[in-house]
Design a binder for this molecule. Structure first.
Ligand SMILES: [Zn+2]
Length: 431
């Protein structure tokens, strides 16, 4: 926490009236927004009209959030396929190309129409909630090239809340350190791992991170943020760090408030959590794939399947915001599976690992023997342990506690799990 900062960085809102709406008012508000965007997209987006027509739906069939489930999901692979067939945007765009300001190209490759008047709320809400304030000089180290995140989303949102941006982009660590020092930058936007690289470089240059640099707030995204890394960076710089989550296609889908209590869904999106294997919505507190709907007329994606897994909670947050929250990101949906009828996901494997500091890496392998599912945790240890049998049974107990399903632990030699291996590997065949 900044000690001598006269500004209140710990509580404020971008749009308090929206962010603190009572539950019923929020439901009505979102239903109105949803009805309007469905009407609009049906009229202006050829791909959305086709999707509705092929499901036998008309805009009038979608009156409330509850009706959303009738609309088939759009996955990233659908975007890519349709963009190839109908370049450049696959018919998902909601305005003629001549009305765009920019066109972005994300890895895939996948194209995103860039808005003439960017008015997304989410990232600006995220930064206000994270303590960014008017007049802050902010270094933005996300990549400005080709992709929409740094330029369209973060740069515009910083401008909207009155911050002064240094568009630093990635790389040139030493120069970034000098810029931070010279301009007394109070804010950092970028990945947590790049902030750590900056810290190490600054220390190598003989600087005192708290005395010579002036960072007070950080907004990080696009990478997992382990709590241990967050607290280490906060301690080193004497700053607070909050994170956000979203995708290049649809923008911000969640951000942390100062209470660090999961990620609030912004007020210009609807987020559902569905079973990735059936596409049906799961209840609050249950894990599933994040499916999002935006009210953005330029790129009106409706029921977009992000491929990421999370849990949604509607329990009240002490910050006063009333939107539901994504508890945390649990990994990729294509790495989740069902074992003996129970849904398991990569986030659970991470949780098991976090309980046993002796473990360096794991891979969960699911097989089938005599028509029964078997789950094996392949475990690489940091170093040999004196009582492997004891550790094995302790890990197996953690697996039962976390995953609610029995799994066997198999210790493997260092390097046996290949780099880039899936965390959960489903080897079952169904012949
Ligand atoms: Zn909150």
């Amino acid at each position: 926490m900044p000690k001598h900062d006269p500004m209140n960085r710990t509580s404020d809102f971008l749009k308090k009236n929206l962010e603190t709406m009572p539950h019923k008012k929020r439901f009505d508000y979102l239903n109105r927004k949803l009805g309007a965007i469905v009407q609009y997209a049906y009229k202006h987006s050829a791909a959305f009209k086709n999707k509705m027509d092929s499901a036998g739906l008309k805009p009038v069939d979608i009156q409330t959030i509850k009706d959303l489930e009738k609309i088939p999901l759009t996955k990233k692979t659908d975007l890519m396929d349709l963009q190839k067939k109908h370049p450049p945007f696959g018919g998902f765009e909601g305005v003629p190309i001549t009305e765009l300001r920019r066109i972005y190209v994300s890895p895939g490759p996948i194209h995103e129409p860039g808005e003439a008047n960017y008015d997304e709320l989410g990232w600006a809400q995220a930064m206000v909630a994270g303590g960014f304030r008017p007049g802050d000089i902010v270094i933005n180290t996300f990549s400005y090239h080709m992709v929409p995140f740094a330029l369209q989303m973060i740069d515009n949102s910083l401008h909207r809340i009155g911050c002064i941006t240094i568009p630093a982009g990635t790389g040139n660590t030493e120069q970034q350190v000098n810029i931070l020092r010279e301009f007394k930058a109070a804010g950092y936007c970028g990945t947590p791992s790049f902030l750590l690289i900056i810290a190490e470089k600054a220390e190598e240059m003989g600087l005192d991170l708290r005395r010579d640099l002036h960072l007070k707030v950080g907004f990080v995204a696009t990478e997992m943020l382990p709590e241990s890394l967050r607290s280490r960076l906060e301690e080193k710089f004497g700053m607070t760090i909050r994170q956000g989550y979203g995708t290049a296609d649809i923008g911000c889908l969640g951000y942390e408030c100062f209470k660090k209590n999961g990620m609030h869904v912004p007020d210009d999106k609807i987020v559902e959590i569905v079973d990735p294997h059936t596409g049906k919505r799961v209840g609050p507190g249950k894990p599933g794939e994040i499916v999002a709907t935006t009210f953005n007329k330029v790129y009106p994606l409706i029921r977009f399947g992000t491929g990421d897994l999370s849990i949604l909670t509607e329990t009240p947050c002490p910050c006063g915001r009333t939107s539901p929250r994504l508890v945390k990101i649990l990994g990729r949906a294509d790495q989740s599976t069902k074992v003996r009828g129970l849904f398991i996901h990569p986030g659970q494997a991470d949780e098991v690992v976090s309980k046993h500091p002796q473990i360096s890496r794991v891979r969960v392998v699911v097989t089938r023997k005599e028509h029964k599912d078997e789950m094996t945790f392949q475990v690489e240890l940091k170093e040999e342990v004196s009582q492997p049998e004891k550790l094995k049974s302790e890990i197996e107990q953690s697996i039962r506690d976390v995953m609610k399903v029995r799994g066997d632990v198999q210790f493997v030699s260092k390097g046996a799990i290949p780099e880039g291996a899936k965390k959960i590997e489903d080897r079952r065949t169904w012949e």
